[in-house]
Design a protein around this ligand. Structure first.
Ligand code: MG
Length: 156
């Protein structure tokens, strides 16, 4: 088995849609990024690539490459899955944590889970997603941005 960890954070910026875990979530601001700013998927891609020993998301999809401007991060996730398949890795489990003071994410957790599991061709019980606040502390607590953590286990 191979374990992988991923972390991502993006700052809020006005005038953009908020997309987390492949789901568009109603909010007053979105996340600043070269792509759609989906921190959950970025952390997940890094964990998957890390477990497979394949580097990181920045190496595979450089953020100065115009090909990835505004790209739907689900496209990146599916490309990472293809690479895992090519290297004959199977995903055993995924655990994701989103850190955000606002908006409230509980109503969207199941939709995100279904979408991410579908992109990874994974049975939904193998993919867990949860959200937490930091009780007002730190950059997420002050509402400056959102962070996400991912841990994955691969079978080889
Ligand atoms: Mg990112």
């Amino acid at each position: 088995m191979r374990i992988g960890h991923g972390l991502d954070a993006h700052r809020f910026t006005p005038g953009r849609p908020l997309v987390l875990g492949g789901v568009r979530i109603p909010h007053t601001e979105g996340l600043e990024a070269h792509s759609d700013g989906d921190v959950v998927i970025h952390a997940l891609c890094d964990a998957l690539l890390g477990a497979a020993g394949l580097g990181d998301i920045g190496r595979h999809f450089p953020d100065d490459d115009p090909a990835y401007a505004g790209i739907d991060s689900r496209v990146l996730l599916r490309r990472v899955k293809v690479q895992l398949d090519e290297h004959r890795f199977a995903i055993a489990s995924v655990d994701l944590t989103v850190v955000a003071q606002a908006p409230r994410l509980a109503p969207h957790i199941e939709a995100m889970r279904q979408r991410l599991a579908a992109d990874l061709d994974l049975a939904p019980p193998r993919l867990n997603l949860k959200a937490t606040t930091t009780e007002g502390m730190g950059f997420t607590g002050r509402g400056e941005g959102i962070a996400a953590f991912a841990v994955v286990l691969l079978d080889e």
